[in-house]
Each structure stands twice: as C-alpha cells, then as structure tokens.
Design a protein around this ligand. Structure first.
Ligand code: COI
Length: 345
C-alpha cells in the first residue's frame, strides 16, 4: 500500500551535503525531580541554558545518530531506533546521566520524524533524514559532579553522503600523534568529548590530504581501533572482520552489516586486528550511520601504504554489503529482521 502523499520541502535532494538544514520541529523532554517530562514539540532551533551547566563545562552530554527513509512504497521508516536507545542508555550510565527509556526514545523519534515528514528525502534520491538525539546536563552547578536536571532533545536534518562523492573510495592515514580515547576511558560511549579529542587528529590528516584518519588502540598502538567518524571493517577472502576493542563505539551499522555478511555466506570475525594484518586485506571500509560504508582505497601507516583493490574502484564485497543494507533501509529488499520502524506521518 502507498503511503500518504506529502508535499515535500523545496530542496535539491540529489545534491544534499551531510549538513544542517533547518526543519520545522524538534522534540524536547526535561528531567527534573527524578523524572522525565512528556515530550513537547518545539519550532525553536535555539536552547536557553544557564552558563553554569555541567554539559558546557565538564562535557556531561551524550548523543546518537540514526536515519529515516522514504521507502519504495512511499511510507517512512526509521532504521533500528531501539538499538540507538540502548546505546544511548549505555553512554548515559557511564557519565551519570539518567538513562532515556527505550519507549520514550523511540516515541520521540517517531513523533519528530512524523512532524518533519516533508523533509524526509524522496525515495530514490540517495538522501535520508538524519536524526540527532542528544541529552545534556542542565542543572546549574560549578563544583564537579553530575547535573540535577537534564534536557533530551531530538532534531532532524535531511542529508546526503558524509564524504564528498558518495560511495567512492577515500585514502586513510593512521594517526599516532594524537589519541581520541584512553584505555579505560569513554571511547565505547557516544559522548562529545571523544569527537572533540579526535578533531586535532582529523585536522592533521586533512592537512596531509587524507579525508579520514584511523586510530590504533591507545595502550599499545598496535591494534586497530576505529576511524575518526566510524568503525573499521576488513574483508579478507570470504571473511568479514571487525576489531574487538573496549575503546571503540559499538556501531549499529557494523552490527547490521555483520548479519548481512553472514547471510551472504561469509565468515564473521570480531577480534583484535593487528595493523600489520591489513596488508593481507582485500577491502577495507569505514562504517557508521552517517557514512554507511565509506570504501577505503589505501591506509598510510608510517612510511608504508597498504592499498586495497583496483585504483578508484569499490571492491565487490563492499558494494554488495552497501547495496543490501541500503535496500533494506528503503524497503527494496525484504526486512527479514524487523529492523525498520514504521512512522505514521
Ligand atoms: C554518525 O555516523 O551518526 C555519527 O554520529 C558520526 C558523526 C561524525 C557524524
């Protein structure tokens, strides 16, 4: 059955960057006196904060990233919001934020996407609606400690590919000069501090002509951790390999791709990956919500450069994985795992 016809916003859907576009509404919840309020839709893109809130000073905040799509039958669906809810709860626990319950999170996603239905990119444009939930400590205090009030907010913005050119190979650089996380730190949580810590390494890579940088484990600088924006995957023969590490984000895209790889008859391994091992990989990808799969054409490691596949070409396995995942997201392939969450606009 076709979805309801929605008059879409006037945007150049096929050429959207991964950027911010003002949409109609965001949804907000306040945590006060030990409980979360009901969600309130807001048309205001600004938030007013006391200057003494711990999210600004001590980084007490966590966030998420997920996407909604117009499916082939004209309906709208979000991809695995329940998984993002669980991941946000993990992040919150680590930095003493009261967890956002799963039903509240999923309901917030459904309501805010429905309210902004005209910004969900039309099917077939390759674009999607990026959903950014964030939770911040708002109760004013100056001494170090958790806030006693919080704001949970979800906004949306239509986006195109994260890296220029879309599904095209990019060069990566191993950065050993800066770490994005510490051995027993918060690298496995989606908190702003990890991304702030990674900015210097990304800039270092950009200056040398690398759009993406790869971090090794912060303890031994021997095993692969993750890219600046997303998880690492390697394809070696018929095996899908991703690093096991306590300092990387558990990527929902990676988890979904591993399921798809197994369905394609591949062996799936999650284990420590020595950087030296990439020399034997056939394909490498950077995988995450925003980027989906960014194929990696080469990795520069010290004086050496590991290259993957034919110059400028995306490997066959990455292509198949990318197509299967994006087709499930847009309803072109059957959603046998119940990953799509229908949204009534
Ligand atoms: C995502 O992939 O959703 C992220 O949050 C990564 C960010 C660098 C855009």
């Amino acid at each position: 059955m076709k979805g309801k016809k929605i008059k879409k916003a006037k945007l150049d859907w096929g050429n959207l960057p991964f950027g911010y576009v003002k949409t109609d509404f965001n949804i907000r919840y306040v945590y006060k006196n030990g409980k979360w309020s009901k969600g309130k839709m807001s048309a205001d893109v600004n938030i007013t904060l006391n200057m003494a809130v711990p999210s600004l000073h001590y980084g007490q905040q966590a966030f998420e990233g997920l996407k909604a799509f117009e499916t082939v039958d004209g309906k709208i669906a979000a991809f695995r919001p329940d998984e993002n809810a669980l991941r946000l709860q993990r992040s919150c626990k680590r930095i003493f934020i009261p967890p956002v319950p799963t039903d509240m999170f999923v309901d917030a996603v459904k309501r805010v996407v429905a309210a902004n239905a005209r910004f969900v990119p039309p099917h077939g444009t390759g674009a999607s609606l990026y959903i950014r939930p964030l939770v911040i400590g708002t109760g004013a205090r100056v001494g170090l400690g958790p806030a006693d009030e919080y704001l949970f907010i979800v906004f949306v913005t239509p986006v195109g590919p994260y890296y220029k050119g879309g599904f095209k190979p990019v060069k990566a650089l191993v950065v050993e000069e800066f770490d994005r996380t510490a051995p027993l730190g918060v690298g496995d949580c989606k908190v702003g501090g990890n991304y702030a810590a990674g900015l210097r390494g990304s800039e270092y890579g950009h200056d040398k002509g690398y759009p993406i940088v790869l971090y090794l484990d912060p303890k031994e600088k021997k095993f692969i951790d993750e890219f600046s924006t997303s998880n690492f995957i390697g394809i070696k023969g018929n095996t899908y390999i991703s690093p096991e590490s306590d300092t990387i984000l558990p990527s929902i895209t990676n988890k979904s791709l591993a399921v798809i790889a197994a369905e394609m008859g591949m062996a799936v391994e999650k284990r420590k990956v020595d950087i030296e091992e990439v020399a034997a990989f056939d394909e490498v990808g950077a995988v995450g919500t925003a980027a989906v799969i960014t194929p990696i054409s080469s990795i520069k490691y010290g004086d050496r450069e590991f290259t993957f596949g034919a110059a400028g070409k995306v490997g066959p396995v990455s292509t198949k994985l990318y197509e299967r995942l994006t087709k499930i997201q847009t309803g072109e392939l059957e959603d046998t795992h119940g990953w799509l969450c229908g949204i009534k606009a």
